[in-house]
Design a protein around this ligand. Structure first.
Ligand code: ADP
Ligand code: ADP
Ligand code: ZN
Length: 214
């Protein structure tokens, strides 16, 4: 199972990826998570990525492709992976094709989680993440038992710096300009599958599983 999870910012990629990991025990590779870890650790990569992320722009392709190439070469990716938030440009998709071929792997499908733009802003602005275990919540759609505290580990919840309404508008424009063309790209490759992401999380997940079995 070598799956791509695509969709606009806030569509529910991370939420669905977490459910897939629980059921299928394959690695979840999120370029956004990798960049946030680098920012936290103040590495050279993190310093470069932060400037772009804060503006809602994409990190340059060469940098992004480099970290994905390294990660996919690790042994745990042989059995499968869930790539979340990569590729986001046609150049990244072309590079991924080469990387996967070099590793002797084959992509299973590109799942696009489709959600209307007006819902995406509400989802992103209300998103909260656990500092300790990374679990994702929403103030309205997936509220923790106690405000600001993770149900799973008791960690403190925080809001991503780029989850403001203003930055989300930039991220949505970047999505339309640079990432949306990938829909055609994966249709042509015969890998494209669309999921209605505008439903409750569990229903989205059962649709994901149905599509994966189909
Ligand atoms: P992405 O990884 O695509 O940016 P997330 O999975 O982090 O998206 O989801 C964005 C926010 O929306 C989170 O706060 C999450 O809890 C919430 N969310 C995810 N899926 C749904 C859904 N089907 N309905 C309502 N809210 C959702
Ligand atoms: P979301 O799913 O909510 O859009 P991510 O965590 O996937 O958020 O990405 C956060 C930010 O990290 C992006 O706005 C961008 O700056 C950077 N980023 C993540 N993935 C990529 C990628 N494949 N190419 C370029 N930049 C990326
Ligand atoms: Zn936690």
């Amino acid at each position: 199972m070598h799956i791509l999870l695509m969709g606009p910012p806030g569509a529910g990629k991370g939420t669905q990826a977490a459910k897939l990991v629980e059921q299928f025990h394959i690695p979840h590779i999120s370029t956004g998570d990798m960049f946030r870890a680098a920012v936290k650790n103040q590495t050279e990569l993190g310093k470069r990525a932060k400037v772009c992320m804060d503006q809602g722009k994409l990190v340059p392709d060469d940098v992004t492709i480099g970290i994905v190439r390294e990660r996919l070469a690790e042994a745990d990716c042989k059995k499968g992976f869930i790539l979340d938030g990569f590729p986001r440009t046609v150049e990244q998709a072309e590079a991924l094709e080469n990387i996967v071929a070099e590793l002797g792997l084959k992509l299973t499908c590109a799942l696009n989680i489709n959600v209307p733009a007006q819902e995406l802003i509400e989802r992103a602005v209300g998103r909260r993440i656990c500092k300790k275990c990374g679990a994702t919540y929403h103030v309205k759609f997936k509220a923790p038992g106690k405000a600001g505290v993770c149900d799973i580990c008791g960690g403190e919840l925080y809001q991503r710096a780029d989850d403001s309404e203003a930055t989300m508008k930039n991220r949505l424009a970047v999505y339309d300009g640079q990432t949306k063309p990938l829909i055609e790209y994966y249709k042509k490759a015969g890998l494209y599958k669309e999921i209605n992401g505008s439903q409750p999380m569990d229903k989205v997940y059962s649709d994901v599983v149905t599509v994966l079995h189909g």
